[in-house]
Design a protein. Structure first.
Length: 145
């Protein structure tokens, strides 16, 4: 599994993964026009056409936010999410971020476990933040020092 920055040709695949995995999917235009973000994609070698997952991060000054992370349902439990989050953290550090934030559905136990493994800790709760289905958002933060 390799990781690289996204390319324009990846947008359709990313949008399809969004539709398959999120109740509030980002459109092709939203992905394409997410200014100030870095998008990394994971793909199988030797063919870098088959995107297995991606991570979207925004860094402003010394803080970064993990906006999206997604792994194809068929390829979960193979360490792809871990690789993406590790690369995303390193990218944010390289961009000068000393902290990284994220929000995650309170019922998404696998994601919360991954984030805790990566050094994130609970910082707060946004009640009824998500819809379809309704859920709270757990705010998590990680020091990049």
């Amino acid at each position: 599994m390799k990781i690289r920055r996204y390319r324009e040709k990846d947008i359709k695949t990313l949008a399809a993964l969004e539709k398959d995995n999120f109740s509030d999917p980002w459109s092709e235009d939203s992905l394409r026009n997410s200014y100030g973000t870095d998008i990394l994609v994971a793909f199988d070698e030797p063919d870098d056409e088959d995107v297995a997952g991606y991570i979207i991060i925004r860094t402003v000054a010394d803080e970064s936010e993990l906006l999206r992370i997604c792994v194809s349902t068929a390829l979960r439990k193979h360490g792809i999410g871990w690789r993406l989050i590790s690369e995303g953290i390193n990218l944010a550090k390289d961009d000068g971020a000393t902290k990284m934030f994220l929000e995650v559905r309170s019922q998404n136990s696998p994601a919360i476990a991954l984030y805790r493994k990566a050094g994130f800790r609970d910082e707060g709760l946004r009640k009824n933040y998500y819809s379809d289905p309704q859920d709270d958002a757990v705010i998590m933060v990680r020091s990049n020092k």
